[in-house]
Design a protein around this ligand. Structure first.
Ligand SMILES: Cc1ncc(COP(=O)(O)O)c(C=O)c1O
Length: 400
């Protein structure tokens, strides 16, 4: 049976990681992998997570099954974190939540739900979008198309083209939006633009599917959820996939949630029963450990404020790296305007160099990024940011 299987091509990001590991040059800089790093280049366990984990372990008396929806306490805490305390959709009993194995698991469960509700559904993603959106969404059998989004000339959103693209969609088309910290471009919608998208989505009868993988890492915990909260208050149906990987640093614990906002409590209950069935047919139940940690943090005032501070310092570090790298590039490569990097949010930006220049940065300067020139800003450190800016300047000048 297996003799017929062909070898799949390697994932480019894994290849990049392997090449980085094999590079013996001490100056090497890894801007490829999408994880947060501190100024020592580490992705540490957050202090709030460490403390919550100890409390969880001390209290735990059994490893028996929890439930297909996961930890109900975690789900409630996530609803309040994502939608905000006292959100009208929560008060009206219109939201149902299932814990999922990471943001990826949530995205996939959401896609399966769409497939059940609308077998002919098409989901529309931004150009560009996070590469994994494609397999995660189409893996359920729904179709995928794209709408215009990023404007390479300004480093911002090409809002006119985006709106024109969405305007053409038929009613009930699903539109995938990034809640904040757009991956890979860092170009986010402003609050005014969220409102305009809301008006269009309402007028055209579109169904928003919001992916929120970076709450707290852009402008603030509440600010980053602006679009989700606005849409959930104003629209009959919204799908929200959330990841705790980055903002809680729980990557390997596979912690996430899928929230579905629907019109009535009856439809919400029907949806939850469908989500349970979907979970049962894929992985049965999500892993508990990360969710128990997040629940502990969010339901304990001391831990919650410690976490809020930690996520704030991650956010501030990214923002100051953005400023610093723009200032350094302005000096080393004044012929090119990189100021857009400072206007963007979250961990990622497109540097905006071509694939030959990406290769030159890798081969001659040991600076690693994906071929589309996406850089993880958090991979910069005080001891390599100058080297990075000089390397970019040399490659732009065509030198060595
Ligand atoms: C845009 C986006 N969505 C979702 C995820 C999901 O992450 P995870 O499954 O690790 O929680 C990521 C992670 O990189 C992401 O960048």
């Amino acid at each position: 049976m297996f003799e017929r299987l062909e070898r799949m091509p390697d994932d480019p990001i894994l290849g990049l990681m392997a090449a980085f590991r094999a590079d013996a040059d001490p100056r090497k800089v890894d801007l490829g992998v999408g994880v947060y790093r501190n100024d020592r280049g580490e992705t540490p366990v957050l202090e709030a997570v460490r403390k919550a984990e100890q409390a969880v372990l001390a209290r735990q008396t059994s490893k028996t099954y929890v439930a297909p929806i996961g930890n109900a306490g975690f789900n409630q805490c996530m609803e309040r974190l994502v939608f905000g305390e006292d959100h009208p959709a929560l008060k009206a009993g219109r939201v149902r939540t299932i814990q999922a194995p990471g943001g990826c698991g949530a995205l996939r469960v959401g896609a399966e739900l769409i497939k059940v509700a609308m077998p002919e559904a098409t989901v529309h993603v931004s150009t560009p979008t996070w590469a994994n959106h494609v397999p995660l969404l189409t893996g359920s059998g729904i179709k995928l198309e794209r709408y215009p989004y990023y404007d390479a000339a300004t480093g911002g959103v090409n809002f006119g083209s985006m709106m024109a693209g969405l305007e053409k969609l038929p009613a009930r088309a699903v539109v995938l939006l990034h809640g904040s910290c757009h991956n890979p471009t860092g170009a986010d919608l402003s609050e005014a633009q969220w409102r305009e998208v809301l008006a269009l989505v309402t007028k055209r009868g579109l169904i928003p599917y919001i992916d929120m993988a970076y709450q707290g890492l852009g402008t603030g915990v509440a600010e980053d959820a602006f679009g989700v909260r606005l849409f959930a208050a104003e629209l009959p149906e919204v799908i929200v996939a959330v990841s705790c990987s980055k903002n809680f640093g729980l990557y390997r614990e596979r912690t996430g949630a899928l929230h579905i906002v629907s019109q009535t409590t009856q439809s919400a209950d029907a949806i939850l029963s469908q989500l349970v069935r979907i979970a049962r047919t894929i992985y049965s139940m999500p892993p508990d450990h990360g969710a128990a940690i997040v629940q502990e943090i969010l339901s304990n005032d001391g831990l919650r404020s410690a976490w809020t501070d930690e996520v704030g310092s991650m956010r501030n570090r990214i923002a100051s790296l953005r400023q610093d790298v723009v200032a350094r590039l302005a000096k080393s490569a004044p012929q090119r305007d990189f100021s857009f990097i400072e206007r963007q949010r979250g961990m990622f930006s497109y540097l905006g160099v071509n694939v030959d220049q990406v290769r030159a940065l890798r081969e001659r300067h040991h600076v690693y990024m994906t071929d589309d020139s996406r850089i993880n800003i958090a991979g910069l450190r005080s001891d390599n940011i100058g080297y990075f800016a000089d390397s970019v300047a040399q490659v732009l000048a065509g030198g060595k």
